[in-house]
Design a protein around this ligand. Structure first.
Ligand SMILES: Nc1ncnc2c1ncn2[C@@H]1O[C@H](COP(=O)(O)OP(=O)(O)OP(=O)(O)O)[C@@H](O)[C@H]1O
Ligand SMILES: [Mg+2]
Length: 334
């Protein structure tokens, strides 16, 4: 197949906030995907969709498939920005459609759908201005996060609050810094789990990944915060979490965790690939935090490849599975 890899490049810019480019992809990830696809016999061109000229490239070049990892530039629909352009040109792309990409980026809206589907998700409230009354049913500790971000942007230990005063300070801070509403959720103490799903003809639920932060406590970070994600593996900073895949769960809990991830994938209308983040409470309830239709694909650092390896897949098999699922779907639709 003639494939174009569509990405936004991670770069450094001293004038931007430290987390500005966190969602974008590194040269290593781009290189790894290109190599994986070429190794499988495809011809590949990597295109930075943030660069001038990228749109005319897609208008002129006929590609069979776009391998989409582009996160988009700005706004609450940014992950569907580029796929919408591909839809307009009738060029097929991997993964979820514009609708599911935009929906999954909006955590509160996704949670409303989860609730309607009886999928457990932490109790929550959205603050648009910062002076709304706090819902009396919510129980501290609460966590405050931007409603429409990924890569744990804006999420740090100080987001977990125990008093209304700390809560409202944080809510106002998030609204101002990220120019969007703040999502307040009950903080679920317990295990950090994430579940990958591949939909290549049939649906495959990958082995559940558990991330244990107990080693990192002296760093001040104790969950999957922005610093934990950004500097993961940095021993000097004390940010070396332990990964367990499959997760250390009894059989019954494992089945339940996989079931809620699958229900979430289907409820949000994801396709091809997704990763659902879950906190398993101490009384064993798998609370879904969110679903990622564009999970990170760094072959060494990202969660989804780790799960694929635990399932016995190589990196190039994972990448090709995502490509082929999109190809098969296109065939079904035609
Ligand atoms: N309600 C909660 N209870 C406990 N921990 C939470 C809660 N919400 C968020 N967290 C912690 O913060 C992390 C990041 O939160 P979340 O997954 O909502 O953000 P994100 O920016 O969308 O992440 P991603 O990098 O997966 O895109 C979670 O993996 C978890 O460790
Ligand atoms: Mg997450």
């Amino acid at each position: 197949m003639k494939v174009a890899l569509a990405y936004n490049l991670k770069r450094e810019d001293k004038d931007k906030p430290a987390d500005y480019f966190s969602e974008f992809d590194s040269p290593q990830t781009i290189e790894a995907i290109v190599r994986a696809l070429e190794g499988r016999g495809h011809s590949v061109e990597a295109v930075d969709v943030g660069s001038p000229g990228s749109f005319s490239y897609f208008k002129k070049s006929r590609v069979d498939m776009v391998f989409n990892i582009s996160e988009g530039r700005q706004g609450r629909f940014r992950e569907s920005e580029f796929p919408a352009f591909l839809d307009y040109l009738n060029i097929p792309y991997t993964g979820s459609n514009t609708f599911s990409l935009a929906l999954a980026l909006n955590k509160a809206l996704t949670k409303k759908i989860l609730k309607a589907e009886n999928i457990p998700t932490p109790a929550f409230q959205v603050f648009s201005r910062g002076d709304e009354g706090l819902d009396r049913n919510l129980r501290f500790p609460l966590i405050v996060k931007p409603n429409c971000e990924g890569s744990a942007k804006g999420i740090e230990p100080s987001c977990v609050v125990n008093t209304p005063e700390a809560l409202f300070n944080k809510v106002k801070d998030i609204i101002a810094r990220y120019s969007q509403e703040a999502l307040v959720e009950e903080f679920i103490a317990g295990k950090e789990l994430t579940v990958g799903i591949l939909q290549n003809g049939k649906i495959t639920i990958l082995p559940v990944l558990e991330i244990d932060f107990s080693n990192c406590l002296h760093s001040g970070e104790y969950f999957y915060s922005w610093r934990m994600k950004e500097f993961q593996g940095n021993a000097n900073l004390g940010l070396v979490p332990e990964f367990h895949c499959p997760a250390r769960l009894d059989r019954e809990t494992e089945v339940r965790v996989k079931e809620v991830a699958l229900k979430t994938h289907l409820a949000v209308g994801c396709f091809g690939v997704s990763r659902t983040d879950i906190r398993l409470s101490r009384d064993n309830v798998p609370y879904v935090l969110e679903i990622n239709p564009l999970p990170g694909l760094d072959p060494k650092e990202s969660n989804l490849p780790l799960m694929a390896y635990a399932a016995g897949m190589q990196y190039d098999e994972l990448i090709e599975a995502i490509l082929i699922s999109a190809y098969e779907r296109r065939r079904e639709l035609n």
